[in-house]
Each structure stands twice: as C-alpha cells, then as structure tokens.
Design a protein around this ligand. Structure first.
Ligand code: BES
Ligand code: MN
Ligand code: ZN
Length: 496
C-alpha cells in the first residue's frame, strides 16, 4: 500500500472513494458536511432516513453522488463526539479500511485526520491512520500454496482540508510508514512456523535486514557463546538439534561517544517446555515464543528508515527449548555468564535463562538503558490479559518513559512491582538462585530473576506474553511492542 498526504476539498477528491465521518447521533463531521453541501443534501438525507446514525464502527457506502468527484462516498460512524479519543479514532480507521477492502476501490481519499481527537495532534492522527490501515490490511499467506488475490486498494491518501500543519502531517506519515513496516516484519517472523523460523533463520533475517538497511550485524555461534561463558543460554539449547545463535544488530545514528539503548528480545523459536514438558493443548502457539526477538528486529527496521540521532543495539539470544537426550534436567545447576549459579527447577522457565546471559553481555556497551522484550510468563496473561504489556523497571523514570511511549503509540504497557520482597521466592538451597519462584506473582518473580543480572544499568523488562499474538480464529502475531519501542527511541532521540 502506498500512503500519502494531501490537502484538498472532500468533494473534489478524485478516484474511487472519498471517506468521511459521522458522529453519533447523526452529526456530520466537517468533511461529511462539505460532501453534503456539494451534493445538495445527499448525506443528510441518508442520515435522516436512518441509514447511518454515527454508531462507532458502522459504515455506509454511497455510489455516484451528485457533484462529488469520487466514484464512491464512504461514511464511517465515529461514535459519541464527547468520547472521541485515541481508541475511537483507531476504530474508525479500522472500520473504514475494512469496508474499503471489500470493494474494488483502487484508491481512497480518507478525510479522518482533521477530526479533533482528545489529547492527540495531527502528526499522531496521520501516524495512526497509516499504522492502523496497514495493520488492518495485513495478511500472512507465505505458507499457503494458493495466495489470496492481491488487494484492489493500492493508494491511500490521508487527506486534510487545510494546509496548516503540513510539516506535522509529513512527519506523522514518515513515522507511520516506517513503524508499519517494522510491525509487519515482526508479524511475519512471528507467524512463520517453527520448522522454518529456526534460530538460524532468525540470524539470516537479521543479516538480510542489516544488509538492506546498512546496520551492523554479528552472529555469535555456539563456540563463541561457550568462550563467553553463556552457560544458562547454552543449557536451554542443549536439548535441541538446532544450533543456537546470538544475534547482535547495531544502528548508529549518533556519535561514537553516545551511550546506546540496548534492546534485548527473547528468541525461543519453539518452546516445548523441555523436560518439564508443556501439555499438548495450544502448544503450537509456542512458535510465537520468539516474538520479543521479532519486535527487536522490527523496531530496528523502523529506526533504520527514520534515521534518528541515537545509537541502538539489538541483542537476540535465539534457541529452541526441546526435551532431547542431552537436555537440561530439573535440579541441574548452571553457572551463568555473570558468575551467578542457577538451579533450574523447571526447564519451562527457559526465557529468563537465555535473557540473563544476554543482559550480562549488554554490559559491554555501557548502555544508557537496556530494555528486554519477552513472551516470558503465562502469569502475566493472568494479571493483565491481552490488553497491556507488563512493564517492570529498576528505574521509575525509565518505566514512566516507556509507559508514556506506549500510551502515545497506543501499544500500552502497565507498571508492575519489582520489590525486593519478591526476591525471597527465588531462594535455592543449592545455587545462588532458582529459576522459578512458585505460583504467586509469577510474572513478578520472573522479572526479579532478570533484575539480578541487570544491576549495572537502567533496565526495563516488557512481558509481552499476553500481547504478542492473538489466539482463536484470528490467530496471529500482533507486532507488539514495535510501536511502543519505536516511539520510546524516537522520543529519546528528540530529547538529546
Ligand atoms: N513462553 C512461556 C510463557 C508463555 C506461556 C507465554 C503461555 C504465553 C503463553 C515461558 O517460557 C514459560 O513457559 N513460562 C512458564 C514459567 C513457569 C514454569 C515458572 C509459565 O508461564 O508457565
Ligand atoms: Mn517455557
Ligand atoms: Zn518460553
């Protein structure tokens, strides 16, 4: 899809379709009113007949409207004007794009970005129009022998009635395009089956990304990890036939002296649980256990296009978690790269075992901040459901920054405690710490485990177990939290 912005009057918008909003109940937006005036009352007449009452998510298509240049007029219900905020705006865009996709329209002029959205400016509205439209049209049929027919809709014009704010609109468009591409990359990688998307595949994808976008890349092999003493990472890999990979990506947008932000993504390409094997139901979804890694690649993809003045390093420990003959057994004690020993009481708590060595490796960058992203705990899904990502940090300011970025991007994260009191649960009689802390507060004790390896820098952990993919008939990766991470980095770059 080709996205652009343009200033013109709605009735003059050429092509297949012009899109305008109607509030509940039956109040026309400025764009809908302009179409109504031009057409001699066609919109108001339809609204009066009761065919569009403005309820959120509803749509009505009109054909061949008098003195309107476009072939079609699509009216979109916006819901109550008093409630028109970020969520309602996104729903309106989704509804409009969904309706457009069901027609043969090859292009559309969409007059929604002029609508006043509570607390949001024009750049936000243009960015969100772009990312929500791209997300709605996303399809994954790479593994089907019969691909779905290409979409008719090719050009999407985000139209505004006034030239004021053209620079903001352009910025929103550029960020929207780049973030949409990053989200799509993360979704593609997440959706690929685990027999294709192995640790080697992820390393190749990172290498391709680096070549296409002039990023630095390095892939550490098993022997490199052995030399570095990444034994907890290797202890997860040892049950698998697939070789583990440790991927390092670098985006340098600032001077050599500028401390980087390090993003760490959990890259378990399939999580069987290992010897502490998982039950069969829905185990297929554990192909999504590398969505943290995918989000790091997606974020770097977006940043490379936008070229902000900041340095960013992406680290991806990648391995399968399998129950092979050489697999780690419950009770095994492993010495991590940090020197701390870990009693592996449950081999299904493997995410933290690969992340802890990556967090130690991150020390070499003298980072401004480290943010890890992981489908870490089922307990986080119980705590926050599929709405908010779990947010943990050893610095309140960093947590606030990430929560703000999530709100702006509408890819929200919610703070969870990381108090010392919970560390008790990780005590082990045989090692420095255990890799599980029992049933209570499972997402918190997982974060507490990671915190023991993140003492040397400001650090945050995003538990995306509930937000990285959806289950059921629309099963698939969401691309979260690429939008949050990209916003966080762009905000930081703008501050410097
Ligand atoms: N990848 C899973 C977490 C997960 C489970 C995410 C279900 C989304 C849905 C992780 O490796 C895991 O298995 N965690 C265990 C930890 C437990 C053994 C302490 C869990 O959450 O059950
Ligand atoms: Mn697991
Ligand atoms: Zn896992």
């Amino acid at each position: 899809m080709e996205f652009s912005t343009k200033t013109l009057a709605p009735e003059r918008a050429p092509g297949a379709c012009v899109v305008a909003g109607v509030f509940e109940s039956r109040k026309l937006s400025a764009a809908a009113a302009a179409l109504d005036r031009a057409s001699g009352g066609a919109v108001r007449a339809l609204v009066k007949r009761g065919d569009m009452d403005g309820k959120a998510g509803t749509v009505r298509m009109l054909y061949k409207t008098r003195r309107v240049a476009a072939e079609r007029v699509l009216l979109v219900g916006l819901g109550k004007e008093a409630d028109f905020g970020a969520k309602a705006y996104r729903e309106a865009v989704r509804a409009a794009v969904g309706a457009l996709a069901e027609t043969g329209a090859v292009d559309a002029h969409v007059f929604l970005a002029d609508l006043p959205v509570r607390d949001q400016d024009l750049a936000w509205r243009v960015l969100q129009t772009t990312t929500v439209a791209a997300e709605t049209l996303y399809r994954f049929d790479e593994m089907k022998s019969k691909k779905s027919a290409p979409r008719a809709l090719k050009r999407f014009v985000i139209a505004t009635a006034s030239k004021a704010g053209a620079a903001d609109a352009a910025r929103g468009l550029a960020e929207g395009r780049a973030i949409a591409a990053g989200v799509a990359l993360a979704r593609d990688l997440g959706n690929l089956p685990a027999n294709v998307c192995t640790p080697s595949y992820l390393a190749d994808a990172a290498t391709r990304l680096a070549r296409d976008w002039k990023l630095g890349v390095e892939v550490l092999e098993r022997r490199d990890m052995e030399r570095l003493g990444m034994n907890t990472l290797l202890s997860v890999a040892q049950g698998s036939r697939q070789p583990p990979k440790f991927i390092v990506l670098r985006y340098n947008g600032a001077g050599k002296g500028a401390k980087p932000v390090v993003l760490v993504g959990k890259g378990i390409t399939f999580d069987t649980g290992g010897i502490s094997i998982k039950p069969a139901a829905e185990m297929d979804e554990m192909k999504f256990d590398m969505c943290g890694a995918a989000s790091v690649l997606g974020t770097l993809r977006a940043l490379a296009e936008l070229a902000p003045a900041i340095n960013v390093v992406g680290l991806v420990p990648a391995t399968e978690n399998m129950p092979g003959g050489a697999a780690t057994k419950p009770g095994d004690v492993i010495k991590s790269m940090s020197g701390q020993t870990v009693e592996v009481l449950n081999t299904d708590a493997e995410g933290r075992l690969i992340l802890c060595d990556a967090l130690t490796y991150a020390e070499r960058y003298d980072p401004a901040a480290v943010v890890d992203v992981a489908t870490l705990t089922g307990a986080c899904v119980i705590a926050l459901g599929h709405v908010a990502t779990g947010l943990f940090s050893n610095r309140d300011e960093l947590a606030d920054e990430l929560a703000d970025a999530g709100r702006q991007a509408w890819d929200r994260a919610w703070p969870m405690p990381l108090w010392d009191d919970y560390q008790e649960q990780l005590k082990s009689p045989f090692a420095d710490l255990a890799n599980i802390g029992g049933r209570p507060a499972g997402s918190v004790t997982a974060a507490c485990f990671l915190s023991r390896f993140a003492k040397k820098y400001p650090w945050a952990h995003l538990d995306i177990a509930g937000t990285a993919w959806t289950s059921g008939k629309n099963k698939g990766a969401t691309g979260r939290p690429v939008a949050l991470l990209a916003r966080f980095i762009l905000n930081r770059a703008a501050m410097a």
